[in-house]
Design a protein around this ligand. Structure first.
Ligand SMILES: CC(C)(COP(=O)(O)OP(=O)(O)OC[C@H]1O[C@@H](n2cnc3c(N)ncnc32)[C@H](O)[C@@H]1OP(=O)(O)O)[C@@H](O)C(=O)NCCC(=O)NCCS
Length: 186
């Protein structure tokens, strides 16, 4: 079971390594097109941490899945855009489901009213995930756009995020401990 938690700006390199590990198909799906390693490097180097929240899934200290939630309070108030990636070995194990669910709580707690996402039309996993989280899907040519309408924040959503932040820190320690134990056994 991965440890889920927000990433710190100092973990930029972990995010870069994760995106570079995506195979060709997943990279194409994540960025809805072909992009080179250099463009991924520029993308990660250009992240504005004041406007971006990254939520990750870690296995033995390595980032294996991530959601990038981008906001712009001035140009796009109360709206956000989401990109998600889970590495092949972890797909189909509900990691994407958990990442999206947690990200929606985090977004709602920042008074974001709608989260948007663009995916390739043949991305069946993302369609299933979007439907499961109540996303409104609209087909546009070879792509589909999804809009998630979020509830207003409340005590429960604020407490849930705080609880999950605490659990994330605890699980990160356990995950590292387990990783070190496996390294010693090898
Ligand atoms: C899309 C992605 C994030 C999903 O992550 P994941 O961890 O595999 O997702 P989950 O295991 O939580 O859920 C996958 C869902 O797809 C469904 N699914 C899997 N294969 C399917 C198929 N062939 N047809 C229909 N549904 C399928 C699963 O049943 C599951 O739905 P359920 O929970 O209702 O049963 C992951 O595949 C990925 O990173 N893909 C490459 C990048 C990408 O496409 N990003 C999205 C654009 S930003």
């Amino acid at each position: 079971m991965p440890a889920f938690r927000k990433l710190l700006p100092t973990e930029r390199d972990q995010y870069l390594a994760h995106l570079l590990r995506l195979d060709r198909t997943d990279r194409y799906a994540r960025f809805t097109g072909t992009i080179s390693d250099d463009v991924i490097r520029q993308h990660v180097a250009g992240l504005d941490w004041g406007r971006t929240i990254l939520v990750g899934a870690f296995i033995q200290g390595e980032l294996r899945g991530a959601v990038e939630l981008c906001t712009d309070r001035l140009l796009w108030p109360n709206q956000a855009e989401l990109g998600i990636s889970v590495e092949k070995g972890l797909q189909g194990r509900k990691v994407g489901t958990t990442l999206i669910r947690r990200t929606m709580t985090i977004a709602a707690n920042r008074s974001i009213q709608q989260v948007h996402m663009i995916c390739l039309a043949d991305n069946v996993r993302m369609r299933a995930l979007s439907r499961k989280h109540g996303g409104r899907i609209e087909l546009e040519g070879g792509e589909f756009s999804v809009t998630f309408d979020l509830p207003r924040p409340n005590q429960f959503s604020l407490a849930l995020e705080a609880l999950e932040d605490g659990a994330g820190a605890f699980n990160t320690v356990l995950d590292r401990f387990q990783g070190a134990a496996l390294d010693r056994a090898a």
